[in-house]
Design a protein around this ligand. Structure first.
Ligand code: 5CA
Ligand code: ZN
Length: 415
């Protein structure tokens, strides 16, 4: 998959410390990547509608993690996917009379331009499902051979659907820690089919969908024509791109169950018991009282804001003013406050000198390393900007440059 141009990340004096994040599964603060090489998988978009503020907030949060890791001297390998064939995409294509491939291509291109505008560091490994079908089919076959999957006869298709048998994985449930009734309800709500007849257990997820009339399908030896299920897609792309175990599995909180629960289970079955070390999830951004979502249509689009002349750096600042794991509601006041902050920072940086930058660098570093606490980081820059604008204190000539590079390198805000 084509990614987007990597932003230039300025070098800062010194080095950041270890980055701590709150693991979804244990609820504890843990070191995100203990070794010198950090590995991250973040679930990518399903490209059937343009990037909204919710997606942007999620990718900006993980971008801050990548930047904090780089600042702490780690090398980073970041992998992500594009769900370029799946039910919601096919349904939207049919409903609008557009070819599903064209829809996916157009929306993926728009996503790339939004991420470029927002200064998000692109993934090193970026794979679409369509280009990864052979590897995913191989994963499904290996699960069948291991006795971790089974075929369900499908009268409306020539071949069989294939499902994972979750009973072979005693660790299933450890990511989300939910009770059976909640898992069942969420499975039905988020793409699962707990009531499908012929399954061994209601929560068993689809691995391979046999070809139905009018749906895209690929030949897969041993499976028959069909297309991949959702969770196996991310398991295979993560394992191929990063190896297992990898450090952080990420996405929005709507992916904790069943998506990450199931993809972790598939990884364990396929790769000898290892999956992601840490699970990290962002809160849901709402708009007009509900989760912003493509299916509800209550969207604030990054591309539309940018087309209206909004500086993408203000969009980024509006997002960074919230804790990544909180649910929050987008309002026009958020944007106005961010635009004002951006203008204030730019005014403060326009002088020849300013107050000592070292404490700001230390404070921003400490805040992002403390579970990506961006509001505290912004407050530290605000305080410096206020001192700079008020004047009167001792002035250092190079201070504005150091502050600008701090904000750019660690928060991704170009001033
Ligand atoms: N392609 C799958 C993941 S494999 C998918 O969930 N795609 S998506 O386009 O629906 O979402 C892309 C990312 O944005 C996911 O990490 C999702 O959790 C996140 N996301 C979706 N809606 C919101 C929202 N309202 N607020 C915050 N993050 C969101
Ligand atoms: Zn995923």
């Amino acid at each position: 998959m084509l990614t987007w141009p990597a932003p230039q990340i300025p070098q800062l004096p010194g080095e950041g410390g270890p980055v701590l994040v709150r693991d979804t599964s244990s609820g504890r603060l843990v070191e995100a990547a203990p070794g010198p090489e950090a590995t991250l998988y973040v679930c990518g978009i399903t490209p059937y509608d343009a990037t909204h503020l919710g997606h942007a907030a999620t990718y900006i949060a993980f971008d801050v993690l990548v930047r904090a890791w780089l600042d702490s001297g780690r090398s980073v390998t970041y992998a992500s996917n594009v769900t370029d064939v799946d039910d919601p995409l096919l349904e939207r294509a049919t409903a609008t009379g557009v070819d599903w491939r064209e829809l996916a291509q157009d929306q993926s291109a728009l996503f790339r331009s939004d991420m470029t505008a927002l200064g998000v560091v692109p993934p090193d490994v970026y794979r679409g499902v369509v280009e990864t079908v052979p590897q995913i089919a191989d994963g499904v076959r290996r699960m069948l051979e291991a006795g971790a999957a089974y075929r369900v006869p499908t009268p409306e298709a020539e071949g069989d659907d294939v499902y994972a048998d979750l009973s072979v994985d005693p660790a299933f449930g450890s990511v989300a820690g939910l009770d059976e009734a909640t898992m069942r309800a969420l499975s039905a709500e988020r793409g699962g089919d707990p009531d499908r007849p012929g399954k061994r257990s209601p929560l068993d997820p689809l691995l391979w969908r046999a070809e139905r009339a009018g749906e895209p399908a690929w030949d897969a030896p041993g499976l028959g024509r069909g297309r991949p299920g959702w969770h196996i897609e991310c398991a295979v792309i993560a394992a191929d791109g990063l190896g297992v175990p990898f450090d952080v599995q990420g996405g929005g909180s709507d992916l904790v169950f069943p998506h990450h629960e199931c993809s972790d289970s598939h990884l364990r079955v396929l790769d000898g018991g290892a999956a992601a070390r840490v699970h990290l999830h962002t809160g849901m951004v709402g708009f007009q009282g509900q989760k912003m979502s493509k299916s509800l249509g209550n969207l604030v689009l990054v591309s539309r804001l940018v087309a209206e002349g909004v500086d993408p750096m203000a969009v980024r600042l509006a997002v960074l003013a919230h804790r990544y794991r909180d649910d929050w509601e987008w309002t026009s006041a958020d944007l106005a406050a961010a635009q004002e902050r951006l203008a204030r920072w730019r005014r403060a940086l326009s002088g020849n000198g300013g107050p000592d930058a070292a404490p700001v660098l230390a404070a921003v570093r400490a805040a992002v390393a403390d579970d990506l606490d961006t509001p505290t980081a912004l407050a530290a820059v605000d305080a410096w900007a206020q001192d700079a604008l008020e004047g009167g204190g001792p002035v250092e000539e190079g201070a504005p440059g150091v502050v600008a590079r701090t904000v750019d390198a660690l928060l991704g805000v170009r001033l």
